[in-house]
Design a protein around this ligand. Structure first.
Ligand code: FES
Length: 163
């Protein structure tokens, strides 16, 4: 009995796909789909809800009638501004160093309404529980009777902008 040699495979017939190749292509397709979905999912993540904080620097014009030692409270700010007898201008924080309440300005200094701390006119602690005095802020003269107050920079007590 004679055997005829097998005919060579036709070039028109597709090559059979092995199981290994099929699993490899499936894994690659799954990885691509997962990557695309991950990119779309990351793009849809909620944006951080960042609220821009107002600048801690502000310009202020002092009223001409402001007497030496009299407090000027710029609206919306936590600093009290003063003019001394020589025309020097300075700013003292009104945030109590105990727990952060806003202190009231009085003729004899500052009084905290929350727990009763008292501060001298220069911000030094007179009566606790406040652990330290009220900080002074940097003040710079930027125009005729106009000053730039920077509530983010403290200066040693007694530092004044010269008019
Ligand atoms: S917050 Fe001012 S004394 Fe407590």
């Amino acid at each position: 009995m004679t055997t005829t040699p097998a005919a060579p495979p036709s070039r028109l017939e597709p090559e059979p796909v092995s199981r290994r190749d099929l699993l490899g292509w499936s894994a690659l397709g799954t990885a691509i789909v997962a990557l695309v979905l991950a990119v779309f999912g990351a793009a849809r993540l909620p944006r951080a809800a960042v609220v821009r904080a107002p600048s801690r620097k502000f310009k202020v014009s002092l009223p001409e009638a402001l007497l030496p030692g009299e407090a000027y409270l710029p609206p919306g700010r936590s600093a009290a501004l003063y003019r001394d007898a020589e025309g020097g201008v300075y700013a003292i924080s009104r945030v109590c160093t105990h727990l952060g309440c806003l202190v009231n300005t009085e003729a004899d200094g500052f009084h905290c309404p929350c727990h009763g701390s008292r501060f001298a006119p220069d911000g030094a602690v007179v009566k606790g529980p406040a652990p330290q005095g009220l900080p002074w802020f940097e003040v710079a003269r930027v125009g005729p009777d106009t000053y730039l107050v920077d509530e983010s920079k403290t200066v040693p007590a007694g530092t004044k902008a010269v008019a």
